[in-house]
Design a protein around this ligand. Structure first.
Ligand code: DQA
Length: 147
């Protein structure tokens, strides 16, 4: 099983960026945590981060050609603005979970819109880095139950 974990803009700044909201741990800590979990589950997980909308679209399209089974995606601020990312996720028809480190439902009005939510298998928010682990576990079970 192959799962792709995509992080959008400013998530490379974890640890530096608003630690009161996103915590003190870094993006590298997040990647290490995801890789440790993947090896315990015996699945292949690729991690990817970009600050550029088009790069995120390219990565989602690439997932189709690589035969990725599931996507965990935190599009950062593009969650609230990007039709292009929604369209890419719909185009590849790969099951995905939307993750947010913070609880966006309790934040600014402009964060209440998520373009990708309507098509997501699940949304996990406000669970910090653990949200990514919960998303991987959820996708693994979902994909296993289908096969
Ligand atoms: C975020 C929430 C978004 O509103 C914000 O723009 C981010 C991170 C989160 O993980 O909580 O960049 O997606």
């Amino acid at each position: 099983m192959k799962i792709l974990v995509i992080n959008g803009p400013n998530l490379n700044m974890l640890g530096i960026r608003e630690p009161d909201i996103y915590g003190a741990k870094t993006y590298k800590d997040l990647v290490d945590m995801i890789n440790d979990h993947a090896s315990k589950l015996n699945i292949t997980v690729e991690t990817y981060q970009s600050n550029h909308e088009g790069d995120l679209v390219d990565k989602i399209q690439e997932a189709y050609f690589k035969g990725i089974d599931g996507i965990v995606i935190n599009p950062g601020a593009y969650t609230h603005t990007s039709v292009a990312i929604l369209d890419a996720l719909k185009a590849v028809k790969i099951k995905y979970v939307e993750v947010h480190i913070s609880d966006v439902s309790k934040r600014d009005d402009f964060r209440q819109i998520s373009y990708i939510r309507e098509n997501a298998c699940k949304t996990i928010m406000g669970k910090g880095f653990d949200g990514y682990i919960l998303a991987i576990d959820f996708l693994k079970d979902l994909i296993n139950n289908e096969n």
